[in-house]
Design a protein around this ligand. Sequence first.
Ligand SMILES: Nc1ncnc2c1ncn2[C@@H]1O[C@H](COP(=O)(O)OP(=O)(O)O)[C@@H](O)[C@H]1O
Ligand SMILES: [Mg+2]
Length: 332
Amino acid sequence: MKLLYRLLVYFAIDAAVFAFAFIFYPQGGAAAYMVMYCLILLLFNLVFFQIEHAVFLKGLKNLSDALGKTAKGDYKYRIAGSHRDPFVQKMSDNFNAMAAAVETLENTTESFISNTSHELRSPLASVQSFLTAVLDGTAAPAEREKYLSVALSETKKLSEIVGSMLDLSRLDAGNFHLNLEEFDLNALISESLLKFERKIQGKRIALHIDFYTEPCAVFADKTLIEQVIVNLVDNAIKYSPENAPLRVSTDPAGDRVALSVSDKGCGIDKEEQRLIFEKFYRVDKARTPGKNSGTGVGLALVKKIISMHGQTITVYSEPGEGSVFTFTLERC
Ligand SMILES: Nc1ncnc2c1ncn2[C@@H]1O[C@H](COP(=O)(O)OP(=O)(O)O)[C@@H](O)[C@H]1O
Ligand SMILES: [Mg+2]
């Protein structure tokens, strides 16, 4: 388009010079026409080049200003409008995409720090108060054992939180090797669900287990897949009301097997579904009192583990209806 535009302009100059030479200087001949033509063309090219150059420099200046603002911590700044030069336009688009990614990271890091400090502070406070009660004698001798066991379970909670953060950073470091082995997926699911016996009973959740084949041999890192199941089941229980059903099932998926964890809990907005696998992302950012706690690490860890296996994880969810998380594994 630009070339056509230029050719048209050259053609117009050509015609104008020719008409000018013919009307005002008919005796000049071809040499005078050529000289005049070259001079005007040179002038035109100079003007054209200067304009293009100025437009290009303006684009670069906008980009440099934007980078300066981002460097000073203004992650909200974006380069507005479109640019004539495709190269500058591409750089502006890339800058805007980078600034958006940095802004999201900044927001999630802030909410992660606030979530994590809250998550660590409340079990620590209760450990402190229970131990103090035992030590200073406030707790009656008959109650001491109960106090100590609550303190112990709080320390377990703390070590789980810290453990999942460390796991994520270990996997993220990039030099982690999967310990692949053949095992029965059904047995692993049953073992993992045993850990939730108390939570399931406490919330009177109706658990349904549905295996399409028995046994179901898969090839994967058993410890990591257990973490995936535990995280998905933990979320399903946490984000479901009392008496809600919870279904854990396996289905054939070509030469692979698909494991689904389905709940009838609060569900997730379509917009949020894209973001829940991001590190530290939580839907309830305000940490509404009385609502479920968490650090937003679980699903990021799940996603990382599944992609390290070369497999996929999907979520199907309707707000108010419930959610289904499904991931695949390689069958033996
Ligand atoms: N089964 C589910 N039902 C509803 N919301 C869910 C479910 N699983 C995950 N979520 C949403 O995704 C977010 C991220 O999950 P996760 O990474 O496990 O973090 P956490 O459980 O620590 O908040 C949660 O904060 C929650 O809002
Ligand atoms: Mg979770």
